[in-house]
Design a protein around this ligand. Structure first.
Ligand code: NAD
Length: 480
């Protein structure tokens, strides 16, 4: 059982933490359905005040030498490190994550702030940069300027991580921000903002408004917002993009996925099974990058399916040392159950799971679920489920594997498993995705870009590309 936390104040405007004046948010622990906290969301006036405050803070923050911004980002990384245990505990309670998953999240936040601190420290003094021209009568220079006030809107599956991927580069670029966490998982985010605030940022550079989709919509449609960096569902992403189009606000969108894991005929079978388990069931499958379409070379298919289904059935469910935690909410639980019912109706063969685990009468737990023989038109095969449900099918040759993997509206990530890494890399290069792993778990380094092709979104986060997403390029050309 979880006790009711003292309701944290859910709005930060400038230096002032304050209670929201909008709708009530009930924050629960998905592992036991208990209420963790009751918060008041921001109302429209508070969203407006947060944006105005960010605007006022922008000129001072953007003028600050990059080195000083870098030092503040490094102080944030140290502050998060010092608060590691507190953040892990909050993440475990609000998301129901096993301890290892919560630890990895906090480590990722530290790594991301550290990385962008490094970019800031390196970039100091490099502006403006000369641009070589073919005509000696002219000289040109280029500057990278912050895009302005950025609205950062994030989902619930990796709270703090998704926030860090936006907040660290936005601050590095010299943007001031208003953050809106998911209404389902604000607790670790509020604590993270307290740590960031304590690192000594000038007042108004980072503001926070908690609330639901209405607060997100009010923020993204605010004329004082120059850039919206959004992670979430395609439906909400489309709404954000429509709103942004009205005033040509900049947008970055990290949306859904239905990614493939390809097991080539020379793959080492046990490695393939382990990578498939991680790709489908980490974070209870609530990953935009879940490799939930598993394609296996025909000669390995029968043995792979048997071992993968057995591995799924053996995963420990629930608790701090578990392999797999609960889904985030009752609504998500019902949504995933609906897909399982649909998969059965479509003629899929259920090889593992599909039920609530007997030992968990409470909490939104679902057994890791494996389907085979689903038709390619089935919704379970084509749509993002965002739960612990994987589908397996066989392919005849590499060309068919590529064709099946690319036959998707999405294009976020892929994994290729094969004994000959060079061959696997060649195949990976054929996949229409933002990031492909070869013989690797889903490691995400701050140095490599994150984002997808097709309906998986627009733009890239992390690396120098994540920084560029919060910058405008400005040239000066002078006749001499
Ligand atoms: P969601 O779209 O319901 O909500 C995401 C965020 O947007 C929340 O903070 C929500 O309050 C806000 N929001 C909702 N409607 C809005 C609107 N009209 N305008 C502005 N903001 C609005 O998504 P979710 O259910 O929280 O998250 C799950 C989805 O996120 C999945 O589809 C998943 O694929 C996607 N996701 C993508 C990535 C990625 O990097 N590509 C990462 C994590 C999650």
């Amino acid at each position: 059982m979880s006790e009711h936390l003292t309701p944290p104040q859910a709005v930060l405007i400038g230096n002032l933490w304050q209670p929201g004046k909008g709708a009530t948010l009930t924050v629960t622990n998905p592992a036991d359905e208990s209420v963790l906290a009751t918060l008041a969301a921001a109302d429209a006036a508070q969203v407006d005040a947060a944006v105005q405050t960010a605007r006022q803070a922008l000129p001072g923050w953007r003028r600050l030498p990059a080195r000083q911004r870098g030092e503040l980002l490094r102080a944030i990384a140290s502050g998060v490190d010092a608060a590691r245990e507190r953040l892990i505990a909050l993440q475990m309670r609000n998301n129901g994550k096993p301890r290892l998953e919560a630890e990895l999240d906090v480590q990722d936040v530290i790594g991301t702030f550290d990385y962008y601190a490094g970019l800031c420290l390196q970039s100091d003094g490099q502006q403006p940069a000369a641009v070589a021209l073919p005509d000696e009568g002219f000289r040109a220079s280029v500057r990278r300027e912050p895009v302005g006030v950025a609205a950062l809107i994030v989902p619930w599956n990796f709270p703090m991580v998704t926030t860090a991927w936006k907040l660290a580069p936005a601050l590095a670029a010299g943007c001031s921000v208003v953050l809106k966490p998911s209404e389902l998982t604000p607790l670790a985010e509020i604590e993270l903002l307290r740590i960031i605030h304590a690192a000594g940022l000038p007042a108004g550079v980072v503001n926070l408004v908690c609330g639901g989709g209405d607060v997100g919509a009010a923020l993204s449609s605010h004329p004082g917002v120059d850039k919206i960096s959004f992670t979430g569902s395609n439906k909400s992403g489309q709404a954000v993009m429509r709103t942004a189009a009205e005033r040509m606000a900049r947008v970055s969108l990290e949306l859904g996925g239905k990614s493939a894991l390809i097991v080539l005929d020379d793959a080492e079978l046990e490695q393939a099974v382990q990578l498939a388990v991680g790709g489908a069931f980490f974070n209870a499958g609530q990953m935009c990058s879940a490799t939930a379409r598993i394609l296996v070379a025909q000669p390995l298919y029968a043995e792979f399916v048997a071992r993968f289904a057995a591995a799924a059935a053996n995963l420990r469910i629930g608790g701090s040392e578990a392999d797999i935690g609960p889904l985030i909410s009752a609504a998500q639980y019902q949504r995933v159950q609906g897909y399982i019912t649909q998969g059965l109706a479509d003629g899929g063969r259920l090889l593992a799971g599909g039920q609530r685990p007997a030992q968990h009468a409470r909490g939104y737990f679902l057994q890791p679920t494996v389907f085979a023989e689903l038709p390619a038109h089935s919704r379970l095969w084509r749509e993002e489920i965002f739960g612990p449900v994987a589908c397996v099918r066989a392919f005849a040759d590499d060309a068919e594997a590529v064709a099946l993997a690319n036959d998707s509206d999405f294009g976020l990530v892929a994994t290729v498993v094969g004994g000959d890494a060079a061959r696997a890399e060649r195949l990976a290069a054929e996949l229409e995705v933002g990031l492909a792993w070869v013989n690797s778990p889903q490691l995400i380094f701050p140095q490599t870009a994150w984002g997808g092709c097709k309906q998986s979104g627009l733009g890239r986060e992390l690396g120098p590309w994540g920084l560029a997403a919060f910058q405008e390029i400005r040239h000066v050309v002078t006749a001499i």
